[in-house]
Design a protein around this ligand. Structure first.
Ligand code: ATP
Ligand code: MG
Length: 182
């Protein structure tokens, strides 16, 4: 995939399909360690040991619309191509955590892409699910928590176009602050 935000969207869709009510997306970027880590943690239905053993295989899917599931295997391949690692942990009834890393400077590492729109879409499109986005760089941390956002909004719906625009702007500015203001 051309952008890491597309992988994030894909992995988050897995969490949504698993019936999660809380999805945490964590990005840690360190230029000094030359490392970028992406973690998606949910409190959905989880998977048992047996299922987890070959979940990475493209033929492992609970989708009924088609016979292959590619999300996890594409993400794993992207990490491995960039001298990174991939790990998935899951417990039935508790949730799932998918973590992948990349060598930050690797020529094949895709850019993060439009994470602001991704988050706006996820939050506004799933009003019953809470999202926490945490992004750390060598310069600081930006956090967006949909629970806090909803408290501020009171009766205004998260899918109100003004709110969607606000989320996008807030994420863009927040990320600018932890990326040397650019
Ligand atoms: N967070 C999760 N919680 C519970 N089950 C999951 C989770 N992520 C993946 N799975 C299970 O693993 C299977 C494979 O996931 P994967 O993302 O690789 O493919 P897919 O979602 O089936 O299809 P695609 O990603 O191509 O749309 C899913 O069908 C689902 O059963
Ligand atoms: Mg998937």
């Amino acid at each position: 995939m051309r952008e890491l935000s597309l992988h994030i969207m894909d992995l988050t869709e897995n969490s949504i399909r698993a019936g999660s009510t809380l999805i945490e997306i964590e990005i840690a970027e360190s230029r000094s360690k030359d490392l970028m880590t992406i973690k998606i943690k949910d409190n959905g239905c989880g998977m048992d040991k047996e299922f987890l053993k070959d979940v990475i295989s493209p033929f492992k899917t609970t989708r009924t619309t088609r016979k292959v599931g590619l999300g996890l295997s594409l993400f794993q391949t992207a990490c491995q191509r960039c001298e990174g690692s991939f790990r998935i942990r899951s417990k039935p009834g508790i949730g799932t955590e998918v973590e992948g890393s990349f060598k930050w400077s690797h020529i094949d590492r895709a850019p993060l892409g439009d994470i602001a729109s991704t988050l706006a879409l996820l939050i506004s499109g799933n009003p019953g699910i809470e999202f926490v986005y945490r992004h750390t760089t060598d310069e600081g941390t930006y956090i967006l928590d949909s629970r806090e956002l909803k408290q501020i909004l009171e009766d205004v719906a998260v899918n109100n176009p003004l709110v969607v625009d606000w989320i996008k702007k807030n994420v863009k500015e927040g990320l600018k602050d932890i990326n040397g203001g650019v």
